[in-house]
Design a protein around this ligand. Structure first.
Ligand SMILES: CC(C)(COP(=O)(O)OP(=O)(O)OC[C@H]1O[C@@H](n2cnc3c(N)ncnc32)[C@H](O)[C@@H]1OP(=O)(O)O)[C@@H](O)C(=O)NCCC(=O)NCCS
Length: 337
């Protein structure tokens, strides 16, 4: 059976830095509250003209260059996002012509903060089945255009930022698991009974009304995300622990075998608690949330690019990733870089 490997990565964040102090000018919050509860110091916001596929394009071009391939080799495009350019078609369709590609399948993945790992799993399965050989997977989000930036929305608004991260995943032959770069496994989970613990209600056909959104819905703020923060927090720690341990067990690996832990970045305290619970040394956990906040599907590939630049992620490194998010959805993966 074929295996798949990540052969290149790229990222892009908008230039505009929005600090906690900037937020405290538009809503009732403070730098100290945000840092103490989440670890976030600043995030990036786009300007009005930029779309999610624009962000994705820059990250993809960097990933293609980093992979050293010609873009004509890409035979499938996967786009993970919950903040697309338009309601439909999917964002991969908007991105495809910007990349100068045509005809190849353009597939969207939702799954929120687990979107990138769900995408990795889909890419890995496509490659293993022999259906595609070189897949471009991008996670990109523009949250800044969808947040309630008044005091009413402060619990959610301070946590999220804009950004994009991409990888090229390609078919490979693995002769030596201890040396060859490849994806060892992906594990995916969901618990839809908690769908409304972190969600955006409108626009949608489930509102029990004749239209997907009304002026009344907008006045009620249904177009903004709402969250039960404590419930999300507790489940994130528990589920990420569980799926990480399952990934290790499946691959007959121990925590000590892992060189780098690249977790989703929803809250620095979630990752610190996870590391504490599993006794993972702090220096093995790579965090970016301080600079970018939670960029949802873009988070893990942004982390990959930043970790490479920081010299923490090197050829041959054994990496474990885990994510948790709205749905609830959660996922893990182990891969050799
Ligand atoms: C959102 C989160 C940071 C809140 O932290 P918390 O310790 O649970 O804080 P609480 O919800 O108990 O709120 C404490 C108080 O701070 C207030 N508060 C909320 N947001 C605030 C903000 N941005 N600035 C200042 N005060 C704020 C609340 O209104 C509350 O006030 P009250 O006690 O007068 O009612 C935390 O629950 C969290 O990170 N949850 C997980 C979020 C997440 O991972 N989301 C993405 C999923 S992928």
């Amino acid at each position: 059976m074929y295996s798949s490997e990540i052969i290149g990565c790229g990222m892009y964040v908008p230039e505009k830095v929005v600090t906690n102090h900037d937020l405290s000018k538009i809503m009732d919050t403070t730098h100290d509250w945000i840092v103490q509860r989440s670890g976030i110091e600043e995030r990036r916001w786009v300007n009005d003209e930029t779309s999610t596929s624009d962000l994705a394009l820059v990250a993809c071009e960097e990933a293609i260059k980093n992979a050293g391939i010609d873009k004509s080799e890409i035979d499938c495009l996967l786009f993970a996002t919950i903040s697309p350019d338009h309601d439909f078609p999917g964002n991969a369709c908007f991105l495809q012509p910007k990349l100068g590609l045509t005809d190849i399948p353009a597939i969207d993945i939702r799954q929120q903060c687990s979107g990138f790992l769900y995408g990795m799993s889909v890419a890995d399965a496509f490659i293993k089945s022999g259906q595609y050989k070189t897949i471009l997977l991008v996670g990109a989000e523009i949250h800044s255009k969808g947040l309630d930036k008044s005091t009413k929305g402060r619990d959610v608004a301070v946590l999220f930022g804009d950004g994009a991260g991409a990888v090229v995943i390609r078919r490979t032959d693995v002769t030596d698991k201890t040396k060859n770069s490849h994806i060892f496994s992906t594990h995916l989970f969901a618990e839809g009974s908690n769908a409304k613990a972190l969600w955006t209600a409108a626009p949608g056909s489930g509102l029990g009304t004749s239209q997907r959104i009304s002026m009344q819905d907008i006045e009620n703020g249904l177009q903004y995300p709402s969250m039960n923060g404590k419930k999300v927090f507790a489940n994130a720690v528990r589920r990420m622990c569980e799926c990480l341990m399952l990934a290790l067990e499946t691959n007959h690996l121990k925590l000590e075998d892992i060189d780098l832990f690249l977790f989703h970045q929803a809250n620095l305290r979630i990752n610190q608690m996870l590391a504490q619970e599993l006794k993972i040394p702090e220096e093995k956990v790579f965090n970016t949330i301080m600079k970018y906040g939670n960029t949802t599907a873009a988070t893990i590939p942004i982390g990959m690019s930043e970790a490479v630049k920081a010299g923490k992620l090197k050829k041959g490194s054994l990496v474990a990733s885990a994510a948790f998010g709205s749905g609830f959805t959660w996922a893990s993966s182990i891969y050799r870089w």
